[in-house]
Design a protein around this ligand. Sequence first.
Ligand code: FES
Ligand code: FES
Length: 160
Amino acid sequence: MSKVPVQFTLNGSERAEFIDGGTTLLAMLRGKLGDVSAKGGCYQGTCGACSVIIDGELRLSCLTLAETCNGADIRTVAGLAEGGVLHPLQQAFADAFAAQCGFCTPGMIMAAKALLDRNPDPTREEVAEAISGNVCRCTGYEPIIQAVLNAARANSLNAA
Ligand code: FES
Ligand code: FES
């Protein structure tokens, strides 16, 4: 199979790879780049566990061909903590017990980040809508929604 060159940034670091044509971004992240933070649940676009942010937009990495990411800015949950300090969303999820098995958590947090990046003060309904593509089998969603609202509130207090 012919290899395809692709250049992009992953959590702020420039990367260049040769990949097999047809490789998904999820497979490249996990198999070639060692970033296993995005999870493979359904591999068909229905669970949200593989969610990442590409050029500011929430995307499903299991449905995104890696070769289409040339020049892209790719963000995964692995890049959110800075200097050993959790991102406010990560801290809020921990504080609200919004993760149980944790499998959905990276995708949930990236979906929440995409929301807060464009809408720093969402309503409860907007949070529920934003994570509606992400399946959690453990928490019943209430702690997750509360964690996102708490993170938004903490952000607004920090900005005040
Ligand atoms: S693994 Fe991508 S949506 Fe489920
Ligand atoms: S915490 Fe287990 S699937 Fe969400």
